[in-house]
Design a protein around this ligand. Structure first.
Ligand SMILES: [Zn+2]
Length: 354
């Protein structure tokens, strides 16, 4: 396809899998009973993804507990009472708190990729969580015998390993989920926190070559859980200039749900570097109405007025269920929207003559 188009990652899990995960979490089921449901969900998701015509797909994150917690799920050195993230509708998500070092991932994302490759016929991208998100596991009060500095060294090494294993496994792109970027501006308007996050993620990225970084990307959004956001009220102008400091070749930027897209596009135009590819969000996963291909086409044409065509791609604003238990969007709705993204991007390419 002349204008590249890619998903973000997650697809809502089948209801029977969500129920089985709930039973497993409460000790009323066993991993052996849930495993076949995971396998079935991955197979079905890939089949339906390919049917949308999307040239790049994911496994829909069917077996990730969430986009952020997959590496640490089941670790014994965690307590449940970590940092909370407040969403606009009043619900909160809480991260665990690290209780002891050394910090190691329990699961690397290439394990999902390996499974997905068994079923897919088109390129698969793999989302990983940012080092900056996982840095929030370390408590303000410290961890006995394990300094924050040593923790960050361990974290950088683990985050690098997570990305490298996915590259080695043949991921089309490894996408770093950086939803806490925009949130950081809300938590600290002086932007010191955002700067620290960008700096930490660049410590990971500096361990890759320029060529490798063309296969690495970053996703920004205001959060998306239970049809609500955590930082949509933060001005994009406060985030985007710092975002483009990240040493990656691809940016997946929520845009469809922005009130003033032209203003955001102008900021992107000003700050994106010539070797950075910009995938603009043309689908809003939170809006319960499926976009028409013509609507998508017009959003792409609007973006093409600001972003040079060789740098332009399209994506969804966010995943459709970043947290595994989020059932606010149906699978049919998610795939319908993806189909519209693919069709609308093709229409735009025809208009633009590419
Ligand atoms: Zn997102």
């Amino acid at each position: 396809m002349p204008i590249p188009t890619e998903p973000i990652g997650s697809i809502p899990r089948p209801p029977e899998l969500v129920e089985a995960m709930r039973q497993l979490a409460s000790g009323r089921s066993s991993p052996d009973r849930v495993r076949p449901l995971y396998e079935q969900a991955v197979r079905d998701t890939i089949q339906r993804f390919e049917a949308t015509g999307s040239p790049v797909i994911t496994d829909g994150e069917q077996s990730k507990p969430s986009f952020v917690s997959y590496p640490i799920h089941g670790l014994e050195t965690l307590a449940p009472d970590g940092v909370t993230i407040a969403f606009a509708d009043g619900h909160v998500r809480q991260l665990p708190r690290l209780t002891a070092g050394p910090f190691r991932y329990r699961t690397y994302a290439d394990s999902f990729l390996e499974e997905a490759k068994k079923h897919a016929r088109v390129p698969i991208k793999q989302a990983v969580i940012s080092a900056s998100a996982l840095s929030l596991l370390y408590p303000q009060g410290g961890v006995p015998g394990y300094t924050r500095e040593v923790f960050l060294d361990d974290l950088v090494r683990e985050a690098q390993r997570d990305i490298r294993r996915c590259l080695t496994q043949g991921a089309h792109i490894v996408q770093i989920d950086f939803t806490e970027g925009r949130l950081a501006v809300k938590l600290d308007p002086t932007k010191q926190l955002l700067k620290a996050f960008v700096g930490l993620n660049n410590r990971v990225l500096e361990r890759f070559t320029r060529a490798e970084r063309t296969r690495i990307g970053v996703h920004t959004c205001p959060g998306g859980d239970k049809d609500s956001t955590h930082s949509a009220d933060v001005d994009y102008g406060q985030l985007l200039p710092s975002l483009f400091e990240l040493k990656v070749g691809n940016f997946y930027i929520q845009l469809a749900s922005e009130k003033d897209r032209g203003r955001v596009l102008a900021i992107i135009k000003e700050h994106a570097k010539p070797d950075q590819k910009i995938f603009v969000g043309v689908i809003d996963p939170i809006n319960p109405i499926i976009e028409t291909p013509e609507e998508v086409r017009d959003r792409v044409l609007e973006a093409a007025e600001f972003i040079p065509l060789p740098q332009l791609g399209t994506t969804d604003d966010c995943g459709f269920a970043p947290f595994g238990d989020d059932t606010s969007t149906s699978r049919d709705m998610a795939f319908g929207k993806i189909k519209a993204r693919v069709a609308g991007t093709k229409l735009a390419a025809q208009v633009l003559g590419v």
